[in-house]
Design a protein around this ligand. Sequence first.
Ligand code: SF4
Length: 96
Amino acid sequence: MERKRRVFMLAAIAGGAALSSTAFAQAKLDEKDPQAQALGYVADATKADKAKFPKYAAGQVCSNCTLYQASGACAIFGGKVVASKGWCSAYAKKAA
Ligand code: SF4
């Protein structure tokens, strides 16, 4: 009886953990987000506004930016997920 109860409790905990990880799945950054627009974020770095952001250089993408996290989130945008091939004017090359 005790064992059954323990198994039930573990299942309930595991279910709750699965539910909360879904509920807290990180939001994706929208290019139309006001902060994203202010920093010129684009999900496709090749579409960066080169006239407005002349510091953009080919090869600069989120995935090689120091602010890009392993989860795909960006520290600048409150942990929202950015495109690995994206870019914004806060780009800072990751140290090799
Ligand atoms: Fe991408 Fe870096 Fe800009 Fe974040 S700060 S959106 S990782 S280029």
